[in-house]
Ligand binder design. Sequence first.
Ligand code: SF4
Length: 231
Amino acid sequence: MSNLIDFPKKLMLIFELLHEYYGDQNWWPSESQFETIVGAILTQNTAWKNAEYAILNLKEANLMAPSAIRSVDISVLAETIRPSGYFNSKAIKLKAICAFLEFYNDDPSQWESMNLRELRSQLLGVYGIGPETADDIVLYVANMPSFVIDSYTQRIISRVIPNLEVSKYDEFKALFENHLPPDAKLFNEYHALLDTHAKELCHKKIPSCNKCPLIKHCGSFLNHSTGKFDA
Ligand code: SF4
């Protein structure tokens, strides 16, 4: 990783410019900690709107509770969450996280007093919980500073700071966590802003650079002539 870049300053600048442009994101959009956990699983490999349809179905079927998910027939559960895609495997995952929650009396607020590493490690041991979902839960449920990395984050950071020489999940995570204060509120808002920016302007194929608040600081844009980007 380049020693010439002042990463703490650069990462805070990106945050401040995005926050100034998009404002507070107020994540995670849910009515309870349990709903956030369910949403983190249902949104795996699909757009959030598909997860939302599945969440609505669960509520209408009175299944938005760990005990209800544990007791319902798995084929019924799978059918209920069909809009989220991969519904058979996600039904198994929901059953697994609800079995795990039983050790905590179905009360995820108990996780807030745990050690961050211990909680993350336990979550990673649950079927269907990978690093991104574990970090979603640690940050947005337990309110602890574990930075969430997704493809949107990787795309934006790799464009704004080219030649980073980081490519793996843990490397991107370390980039943020090693250069920002361990502040759950900051990590919460930062991840949400990156997701919003990727959806609104920094698109995969043709980013809308001409409207981007990061344009003066984006290495990829500054290195390119016209053609690839639309500004
Ligand atoms: S200038 Fe373009 S490529 Fe760079 S962050 Fe903005 S939208 Fe993305």
